[in-house]
Design a protein. Structure first.
Length: 342
């Protein structure tokens, strides 16, 4: 088959012939119909999750959606023909965390789809059967590419931060692939939402969904009272710079929550025990989502409560141009490869 593979972490994926995958025991073979393209994929390609040369060459792409076309030994025949989405984390299914349904905290994590196992930048992918989640009937494959990360991650954030109707939620990086869906998921919980971003088209999209657009070109001068003078009770930071995180912890309301999601190395913000106590705010890390939350994300998209925002849908040969748009910050929402167009 033809697809993209990485031969050096930090290098560009190469379009080339790739051996056809076959499912091993407890695995399924997925014919990929579509795959999401977002900043997380670029982080994987850059080696930010692992830069082990022993993992190369590797097919990236964790937001894959497709049909199960073959099953390995130990997998029931009922999987055949199901449309599924990939679950990003290669969890064991047997540790204490996994048994509690917290797969994203797996104590025996084997890595990530698109980093330690080939992903959706090729037309077929063999994955552990526990790493594919059946999707409800009626979801278009391209639209469904937002489910396994761009919507599932915000669903987990709302659970971690306990977001509800009494909250005022500020989303930093609100026009990005996860941010624009975070805006919608928070709104679906009844919260008031403000979306912070730097480009006009992204701010317009924030307003279109019913949130308050806030230009955030300079965090040093951005005042905290972005909700008609009131501070946010929750700040969700998808940018993860020193400036954005400093604004988040300095601006959140007393008793509020700051949610961090980025994992860029070498970035830190000082937080003193004194200010934590006097303002009684919390700083929370949010790590992906559970398998149940991925299923919930699919239901939100199917019901229309969350609308997929996919700035570009491309044939496989156009993937490099989408990467360029992402790096330049021009792409609204996610991109997607439509393998059916190949």
């Amino acid at each position: 088959m033809k697809g993209y593979r990485i031969h050096a972490w930090g290098g560009e994926p190469v379009w080339e012939d790739i051996p056809d995958p076959r499912p091993g025991p407890e695995e399924v073979l997925v014919e990929v119909e579509a795959c999401g393209i977002g900043l997380t994929v670029l982080n994987c390609i850059a080696g930010n999750l692992s830069d082990d040369p022993g993992l190369l060459p590797r097919v990236p792409g964790h937001e894959l959606v497709g049909r199960v076309v073959e099953v390995g030994e130990g997998v029931g025949a009922g999987w055949q023909g199901l449309r599924v989405a990939a679950y990003f984390y290669l969890y064991c299914g047997d540790c204490g965390f996994c048994r509690k349904g917290w797969q994203q905290r797996c104590a025996n994590l084997a890595g990530w789809v698109g980093v330690h196992r080939d992903g959706g930048y090729a037309p077929y992918a063999a994955l552990p059967s526990r790493n594919v989640i059946p999707l409800p009937d009626g979801l278009d494959p391209v639209a469904a590419t937002v489910v396994p990360d761009a919507v599932a991650t915000p669903v987990h954030v709302t659970a971690r931060a306990g977001i509800g109707p009494d909250d005022r939620v500020a989303v930093i990086g609100a026009g990005g692939g996860v941010g624009i869906h975070m805006v919608q998921v928070a709104l679906s919980r009844g919260a008031k939402v403000a979306g912070l971003d730097v480009t006009e088209s992204k701010l317009e999209a924030v307003a279109e969904f019913g949130a308050t657009p806030v230009r955030s070109n300079d965090f040093a001068t951005l005042q905290p009272g972005i909700f008609e003078g009131d501070r946010p009770t929750v700040v969700v930071d998808f940018v993860g710079t020193t400036e954005s995180t400093t604004w988040a912890k300095d601006s959140v309301e007393t008793g509020g929550r700051v949610v961090a999601l980025t994992t860029f190395p070498g970035r830190s913000v000082p937080v003193s025990p004194r200010e934590l106590v006097f303002r009684e705010f919390s700083v929370l890390g949010s790590r992906y989502a559970t398998t149940d939350q991925l299923a919930e994300a699919a239901d939100l998209v199917l019901s229309g409560a969350v609308r997929p925002v996919i700035g570009r849908v491309v044939e496989p040969g156009e993937v490099p141009s989408v990467h360029e748009e992402l790096r330049a910050g021009r792409l609204l929402g996610r991109g997607a490869i439509d393998w059916r167009a190949s």
